[in-house]
Write a protein that binds this ligand. Sequence first.
Ligand SMILES: NC(=O)c1ccc[n+]([C@@H]2O[C@H](COP(=O)([O-])OP(=O)(O)OC[C@H]3O[C@@H](n4cnc5c(N)ncnc54)[C@H](OP(=O)(O)O)[C@@H]3O)[C@@H](O)[C@H]2O)c1
Length: 245
Amino acid sequence: MHESLPVAIVTGASRGLGSVVARILASRGYGLVLNATQPGPLDAAAASIARSSPRQQRVVAVGGDITDAAVRARLVDAARGLGGLNVLVNNASVLGAIGPLMEFDVQRFGRVFPVNAGAPIALIQLAVPRLAEGRGLIVNITSDVAHGAYPGWGPYGASKAALELLTRTLAAELREKGVSAILVDPGDMRTRMHQEAFPGEDISDRPLPDVTAPFWNWLFDQAPEAVSGERFAAQREDARWLQQV
Ligand SMILES: NC(=O)c1ccc[n+]([C@@H]2O[C@H](COP(=O)([O-])OP(=O)(O)OC[C@H]3O[C@@H](n4cnc5c(N)ncnc54)[C@H](OP(=O)(O)O)[C@@H]3O)[C@@H](O)[C@H]2O)c1
């Protein structure tokens, strides 16, 4: 019965880390609502994940920009159509311009803050009533740049630093509703975003996002309230998830 299955929303699920997390959730029996801007790659990813779903759970693709309120509403409606919402993974993100702040045209903050910090919070606002029905978990994807103060990475790093504070604040504010919120820093991974960050460089020494699978499988075994407010580094050699492999 589809109604009895857990349900997750994953943004930025057409490739990279988002598609890996979606596949892991599918392998664990979740019905899925997946999002990315470009419908073609998203539909292909959704179809591939649906084919490998062990319980033939439904996988719904909702194409569109996560900064668009109508897209966010469609995501939460689709989750409700699958029976509810247990996990929300805010993974979609943009790098924006890389370069020194002294040369930075402030207008070019552009989409970085709305996509990386604003849209996740707006989606959470819509999703919390559904998440509260089942001790739900919010997972916001961050980066070491939120702490690193790396030259050239100011705007992207600041957007992730904002997301981190917002997430920790949410974890405290939502506790009484029974909704949990955590941060996950996936570490360097060989993805399109990483290649954009190092244009023309050989990034073949970086691992594929599948390297984070042990962490995700451990995380989704935990009671959400036991991890709420925490920040995890998914590639850390941590006995909690490496013992499971
Ligand atoms: N790769 C790394 O080394 C690294 C390191 C630390 C943290 N991270 C974080 O990990 C997460 C995933 O990154 P990734 O490396 O897997 O990136 P990626 O391969 O470039 O994938 C990004 C995904 O987000 C979607 N997306 C981008 N803007 C969107 C928007 N406005 N609305 C909806 N979907 C949008 C993209 O699809 P469309 O193009 O179709 O929109 C794609 O599915 C990000 O939060 C990133 O900040 C990555």
